[in-house]
Write a protein that binds this ligand. Structure first.
Ligand SMILES: Cc1cc2nc3c(=O)[nH]c(=O)nc-3n(C[C@H](O)[C@H](O)[C@H](O)COP(=O)(O)O)c2cc1C
Length: 395
């Protein structure tokens, strides 16, 4: 096939993906302390009972995915943590449609064992299991578990092997590999994950900002998660990852983190943000800030995920205020759809009072998002905006 027709097909595929309705995920509060490092009242609880209720509420309020967090030890505002893969399975069994993404560190799992666990979770849930492969920012976690802490780009080299092998185990009858980090011999996983139309295997997410993270996403990940960003910040990242993916004739989808504060008036929403920041737990925020900056330092070119985060950004672990989902339902819906014209396919949301805020989102914000999306599609504006933003890169 000529390279022109391959390019045309890739461009068509990119447009088809861009036209799909935006999807929504929420951060599972499976660690204590909520999603902001602040002493403000948070009517969010990390218990299973609370999370079960939340998961059912979320799937009934337009959420497609739940992302669980992985942390093994007390740290920076998160004194207690439920383990990610087991908690994810429990949420899958408590829900009917929600896809649940378990976060896993390649340095702490053997790919064959994890592939088996997720295949079982996928079978038990009718094809709703997914993974978020996290390369690690928390050195203490590794040293306390007695595992070596590799330098930044080596962590990504290991993650890339891990993802490649996961995919091979899920899709081939004779998985065989002998890599720098893992080995497996003639391994035939049975049963394989559930067959689901449009999905070759459980979806593989991955987050980051660094050059290594972007390159890995382009080469092997299904989804790329970004920390909170403004319009220009996300556009620059999406173009970079898409360009890398195009070199490998792949399509990567994009999830963007945002901390959402929706209130009936903008002033009310802004007051909530002000109170979160005023009541920040300074010591925990600064401790977290220095750990994540250290983790990214060995990138050499300063592209690690939190390298330019300021104190206020770090009050929400993943720079979620930067996305600007703070205001009235109309303001937030417009901003969310603005991100669609910047190549975003999924919004990953965190909230202050999960049960109340998820319901508010489903009742007041999501219907407006769907109206704006319909306008974009029928007016042909989505394509022109994507083109204007330089986002009709193949892939
Ligand atoms: C949406 C998202 C979720 C993440 N979840 C976790 C997590 O649960 N546990 C963890 O240790 N790291 C988590 N990370 C951190 C990443 O695995 C990785 O350490 C970080 O993105 C480093 O990026 P860098 O290479 O750009 O510095 C997450 C990152 C993102 C963007």
């Amino acid at each position: 096939m000529s390279s022109n027709s391959t390019e045309n097909r890739a461009a068509e595929r990119a447009l088809e993906v861009a036209h799909r309705p935006l999807q929504f995920a929420y951060w599972v509060p499976n660690v204590s302390g909520g999603l902001v490092v602040s002493t403000i009242e948070q009517r969010t609880d990390w218990s299973y009972d609370y999370n079960k209720k939340l998961a059912v509420l979320a799937e009934n309020n337009g959420f497609d995915y739940a992302l669980s967090q992985v942390r093994y030890i007390a740290s920076y505002g998160a004194a207690y943590q439920h383990e990610s893969t087991s908690f994810s399975l429990a949420l899958l069994l408590a829900t009917e449609r929600l896809k649940v993404i378990a976060a896993v560190h390649p340095g702490l799992w053997q790919p064959g064992v994890l592939a088996k666990l997720i295949a079982t979770a996928d079978q038990l849930s009718g094809g709703r299991a997914a993974v978020n492969v996290v390369s690690g920012w928390f050195k203490d976690e590794f040293t306390k578990l007695g595992e070596p802490w590799l330098e930044h780009d080596e962590r990504y080299r290991r993650s890339e092997e891990f993802i490649t092998y996961l995919r091979e185990i899920w899709t081939s009858e004779h998985a065989e590999f002998s890599g720098d980090f893992y080995r497996l011999h003639d391994f035939d996983l049975k049963p394989k994950p559930t067959e689901v139309a449009g999905r070759a295997h459980p979806e593989i997410f991955q987050g980051g900002n660094s050059t290594a993270a972007r390159a890995m996403a382009g080469r092997v990940s299904d989804w790329y998660f970004s920390n909170g960003k403004d319009f220009d910040g996300i556009t620059e990242q999406v173009i970079d990852v898409k360009t890398e993916a195009a070199l490998h004739n792949r399509t990567v989808r994009f999830g963007l983190n945002g901390f959402l504060i929706g209130r009936d008036s903008e002033a009310e929403a802004r007051d909530v943000l002000r109170e979160i920041v005023d009541k920040a737990d300074r010591e925990a925020v600064e401790g977290f800030g220095s750990a994540v900056k250290q983790a990214g330092q060995s990138t050499g070119n300063g592209t690690g995920m939190w390298q330019d985060s300021e104190f206020t950004d770090l009050v929400q672990y993943n720079d979620g205020f930067r996305t600007g989902l703070i205001g009235t339902p109309e303001q937030i819906a417009e901003r969310i759809v603005g991100y669609k014209t910047r190549g975003v396919n999924l919004l990953l949301l965190g909230f202050l009072h999960y049960l109340e805020d998820v319901e508010y989102f489903g009742a007041k914000i999501l219907p407006l998002v769907r109206e704006l999306e319909a306008d974009l599609a029928t007016s042909g504006k989505l394509e022109s905006e994507l083109a204007r933003n330089g986002l009709l890169v193949n892939s």
